[in-house]
Design a protein around this ligand. Structure first.
Ligand SMILES: Nc1ncnc2c1ncn2[C@@H]1O[C@H](COP(=O)(O)OP(=O)(O)OP(=O)(O)O)[C@@H](O)[C@H]1O
Length: 325
């Protein structure tokens, strides 16, 4: 049985479409990343899954419980951990009081261990917490009753890089213990390091669900060439070469070129062997480029779009920079 099953799920807020006919499943014991630009419908999906709002159409089950069946969901939630996008803790309570309350409702198998790891200042009232500390308290709360399924809405927003890495290691270790983790994220580096599979949402619709390894494998390699001779774009006019960029031609002692390559690597080496090479680097395509193809306008969702250039304006509109989108 899948830990989460969503079939034709639609949620409308009056005239506003939250999500539209989503169908996907999250298998037990996997880490599933849920990605999409602002307003794509990630939080809507999560809130509908957990029964905080009812779907307009379609079905969702979590640990076998129908999200519309309150009694079944209450039972299932004992085995579910949840970190909302903006945890709304009672600001007057201390972190410890909040965890104690959670323990009285869902149990406490491991808060001591989690507090050692994430270390929010539990003796202070939450209104004095920084955003990151609030997030750390939320992570402790989500995992302290040792749930089978954990649903996390942007769990690392506000965490410093050290804590982000600690969280990533922790989540992978949880997966290795058999815990299912479903989390939404904008941080592609994190998704790449942590997730087994991803679902990509855009405008309320699922553009793809795919294994991260397959996504990267299919997206090709970034190839950088330095040669002790003039190069022109025509030198790279062969099957599998895209986005060719050549610097330095006649008159320069060394010319450089970069391209994205999606073909057979032996054929690439055969081609490159014709040049007097000074240096060669073949790297995995950055996940940013891969996702921009899905996020960008006019991509059909088949996952085979390769026009990274036309997708870039949409990248800017997501407000992200660096590894965030
Ligand atoms: N309570 C609501 N009432 C009306 N519209 C809503 C409500 N909640 C969400 N929406 C709309 O539904 C769409 C999806 O929003 P949602 O918050 O699910 O996106 P998201 O992917 O989580 O975005 P973000 O990355 O910014 O958190 C948006 O158009 C949003 O404006």
């Amino acid at each position: 049985m899948a830990a989460i099953e969503v079939a034709d799920l639609t949620k409308e807020y009056g005239d506003v479409r939250g999500v539209d006919s989503l169908s996907f499943a999250v298998e037990e014991g996997e880490i599933f990343g849920f990605l999409g630009p602002n307003g794509a419908g990630k939080t809507t999906t999560i809130r509908t899954l957990l029964g905080f709002q009812s779907p307009t159409a379609g079905t969702a089950t979590v640990l076998g419980a129908d999200a519309r069946d309150e009694a079944a969901l209450v039972e299932a939630k004992r085995r579910i951990g949840y970190l909302p996008a903006s945890p709304a803790f009672d600001g007057t309570a201390t972190g410890r009081e909040i965890l104690d309350l959670h323990a009285s409702i869902k149990g406490d198998e491991r808060s001591a261990e989690l507090l050692d790891l994430f270390d929010p200042p539990v003796d202070r009232p939450v209104r004095e917490y920084s955003t990151g500390n609030e997030q750390k308290l939320g992570i402790v709360q989500a995992f302290m009753h040792d749930p089978d399924l954990v649903v996390l809405d942007e769990p690392t927003s506000g965490l410093d890089p050290l804590m982000q890495r600690r969280f990533e290691e922790f989540v992978r270790a949880e997966r290795d213990r058999g815990v299912t983790v479903f989390f939404s994220s904008h941080v592609l580096g994190e998704v790449r390091r942590v997730c087994d599979r991803v679902g990509v949402l855009r405008d309320g619709r699922l553009v793809t669900t795919e294994r991260v390894a397959d996504l990267l494998g299919r997206s090709g390699k970034v190839v950088r060439v330095r040669a002790a001779e003039a190069l022109t774009a025509a030198n790279f006019d062969f099957a599998g070469a895209h986005d060719v960029d050549v610097h330095g031609s006649d008159g320069d002692a060394v010319a450089e070129a970069s391209l994205t390559y999606t073909g057979d690597v032996n054929a690439l080496l055969e081609r490159l062997a014709r040049f007097d090479l000074v240096d060669l680097a073949v790297e995995e395509a950055p996940l940013e480029d891969v996702f921009m193809r899905f996020y960008g306008e006019g991509v059909d969702g088949s996952g085979t779009g390769t026009d990274g250039e036309s997708a870039r304006p949409a990248a800017a509109s997501t407000g992200g920079g660096g590894s965030d989108v």
